[in-house]
Design a protein around this ligand. Sequence first.
Ligand code: 5GP
Length: 203
Amino acid sequence: MTTGCLFIISAPSGAGKTSLIKALLSKDAHLSLSISYTSRQPRPGEVNGRDYHFVSEQTFREMQVQGEFLESAEVYGNLYGTSQKWINKAIVSGQDILLEIDCQGAEQVRRYFAQAIGIFILPPSGKVLEKRLITRDQDHTDVIRKRLEAVREEVSHVNEFDYVIINDELENAVNNLVCIVNAERMKRERQIKKYQTLIAQFT
Ligand code: 5GP
């Protein structure tokens, strides 16, 4: 059985990562998105089990102690983590996996999966990012301020990623994302493993 690709997508808050990922998933049936656990309160419209697994801080910390997370981090004052169990299952089934996590989480995942493919999303400008955060209007003003302050730190990790996409125009950015995913799937090492029998017919 061939092991699927593991994609990590990170971005500063307001870079449009969630819309991009939604569009990518609608175009690619072979990608499975990991649903993270978080201690953050749901935003209007968010659904438990679809957007996140929303848990109390106490439950999250208990899960941490029990080793239930592949990675976990505190981001903007809330706790976020990726389920180890879910990842193990997805890997065994050979699915391509998508993690939408922050740079701290990405660093932890790379320790276990050096072959993980990192994609960083940038907004076209600081002004656009600020406007997106404010017009999203789903967070309190102090939360928005906290997120804006954290952008510089997050962007400083851009060098740790394999690809960078500027989310200027959604359709364009989605197409670029699709290209990266497909190109990674066609990598020689992966294809040679997957098509051993085919190649053997000619060698
Ligand atoms: P939001 O609260 O806006 O949904 O997400 C805030 C930040 O937490 C984003 O940068 C997002 O990528 C990150 N995040 C979401 N889930 C996880 C996770 O499971 N682990 C880590 N490390 N970060 C996460």
